[in-house]
Design a protein around this ligand. Structure first.
Ligand code: FE
Length: 196
């Protein structure tokens, strides 16, 4: 990912966190790299695992897939996920003809219970404005080239509706069990800026 998506103002909470981090680093208690690593684990690994388990379940269980597409909030609750910032969840399914990508053009609405904390670039003004105007160009910058024959649909999240992309199951994964399939699913795949 290019770094131009990372430019933005720091919130008061972030400034406090940065001050705390500086203090801990100065006392030799932690290293900046360790802090970054922890944050990245939560953003990329711990948080999105709930969503990944839902995706894997939908890939192996047609009944669950249909329930997920009909009412994603209820389908999340089936696996024990829900709560604040995830009350009205909608799953959008990628197919050979349609690729979905999610954004919040107003701020940073995001389905926390299933995807964890939003990545910095998701909250950045360039992503929020450009993915609507030129989604294919933005996706290409993430390394995802969507064929011209595939329609790109951009879903604008809000406080009322949070989206989750159901990626296509990769070819050659017929022999994998649900847990192995879940490990293939990335946060970016469920935002729609990666294939899976
Ligand atoms: Fe928002």
């Amino acid at each position: 990912m290019t770094t131009h998506h990372d430019v933005r103002e720091k919130s008061p909470a972030e400034l406090r966190a940065a001050a705390l981090e500086a203090e801990l680093v100065e006392r030799g208690l932690i290293t900046p790299d360790a802090v970054d690593a922890v944050v990245e684990v939560f953003q990329d690994e711990v948080g999105p695992r709930n969503g990944a388990r839902m995706v894997a379940r939908a890939w192996v269980d047609e009944g669950y897939r249909q329930r997920l597409l009909a009412d994603a909030t209820a389908a999340a609750a089936e696996l024990g996920y829900g709560g604040s910032e995830g009350e009205h969840l909608v799953a959008v399914e990628n197919t050979p003809g349609v690729h979905n990508v999610i954004v919040c053009t107003l701020c940073s609405c995001y389905p926390w219970p299933v995807l964890g904390v939003p990545p910095v670039w998701y909250k950045s003004p360039p992503y929020r404005s450009r993915v609507v105007r030129e989604p294919r160009a933005v996706l290409a910058e993430f390394g995802l080239d969507v064929p011209a024959s595939t329609e790109v649909r951009v879903w604008d999240s809000s406080a009322d509706v949070r989206y989750l992309v159901l990626p296509r199951r990769p070819e050659g994964t017929e022999g994998l069990d649900e847990a192995a399939l879940a490990s293939l699913v990335s946060r970016d795949g469920m935002i729609g800026v990666a294939a899976v």
